[in-house]
Design a protein around this ligand. Structure first.
Ligand code: SAM
Length: 283
């Protein structure tokens, strides 16, 4: 076990700093302050970030941290922290780690007992989710699906029975094929396509997958797809199958029916009465 009290120790820190996903006014004062105070800024693309930072008057040493060299970057960043330097990690837009580099860097810092301090800010999926009009919680953030059709369909099949709202990132040149696969594998559900978030052409298209498909050919820009989860009643039915299996397993292990129901209620948080009714309805 490791405990980090971010502001009560003097250990060097890795700051995870989000940058705007479009509208530059969304850069927070704290993000600017942390970037100004950092000794080094690690970023995905030094040119892209150099321009962004110059806009905010931040002139710091930049080092590259990209997906293909993340293992090396993690080692380099840990070395800087060991020398007592504070490092800020940014990506081209939004949060690092969210479909952007940083996972290995954070792991390496945790392994080496350096602080990892998040700075609040925005990620495209969160903007899309909360304004989608679909049920915001619980949700699963999937990110990009595989670009090949077979792998994409396999992944969608994996999520098909999940009752939670699903959030995907997609590129405009793949959006039609992606939505066709969603319709074929998961059915014609409610969906919101959010594009160009926080920018002048921000748009939300809310409807069924079929309806959105009718417009999808012409859609450009950066986009997020928010998809309704599997309808609740069927999901509850699925959950109750699992609950019944737990009761049966406990009975096979020697418990009486009422003890097995009590134990299953304790483990799942579902009321004893509900499980009792379900068990007797199925037997
Ligand atoms: N780290 C970013 C984040 O926190 O959202 C995501 C980076 S990922 C490489 C880029 C993808 O994020 C885009 O292809 C798009 O799906 C989504 N995205 C980024 N900015 C967006 C915006 N302004 N509007 C809609 N989607 C956006």
């Amino acid at each position: 076990m490791k405990r980090q009290k971010s502001f009560e120790n003097k250990r060097p820190s890795l700051y995870l700093v989000p940058t705007p996903i479009g509208n530059l006014s969304e850069m927070t004062p704290r993000a600017i302050e942390i970037l100004n105070q950092a000794d080094v800024i690690a970023c995905e693309d030094t040119r892209t970030s150099g321009q962004l930072l110059a806009h905010f008057g931040i002139h710091k040493k930049l080092i590259a941290c990209q997906n293909f060299n993340e293992e090396n970057s993690a080692g380099g960043i840990v070395k800087l922290l060991s020398e007592g330097k504070n490092v800020a990690l940014i990506s081209d837009a939004g949060y690092p780690l969210i479909n952007d580099p940083g996972q290995r860097v954070v792991q390496a810092c945790v392994e080496n007992d350096f602080n990892v301090i998040p700075v609040s800010g925005c990620s495209a999926f969160l903007n899309a989710l909360v304004a989608s009009g679909l049920v915001a919680m619980p949700f699963i953030y999937v990110g990009f699906l595989p670009s090949g059709a077979t792998e994409r369909r396999k992944k969608l099949a994996m999520y098909k029975d999940y009752p939670m709202t699903l959030v995907f990132y997609e590129a405009p040149h793949r959006i039609v094929r992606m939505l066709e696969d969603v319709r074929d594998v998961m059915g014609n559900r409610q969906c919101t396509l959010a594009r160009e978030l926080t920018k002048v052409h921000e748009e939300f298209i809310r409807g069924t997958v079929e309806e959105i498909l009718e417009t999808a050919d012409d859609l450009r820009g950066e986009m997020v797809v928010v998809l309704e989860g599997k309808k609740e009643d069927r999901a509850v039915e699925l959950d109750m199958h699992a609950v019944l299996a737990m009761v049966n397993e406990a009975m096979q292990a020697g418990m009486s029916t009422s003890d097995a129901i009590r134990e299953t209620a304790r483990r799942t948080g579902i009321s004893k009465n509900r499980i009792y009714e379900y068990v007797h309805q199925k037997n």
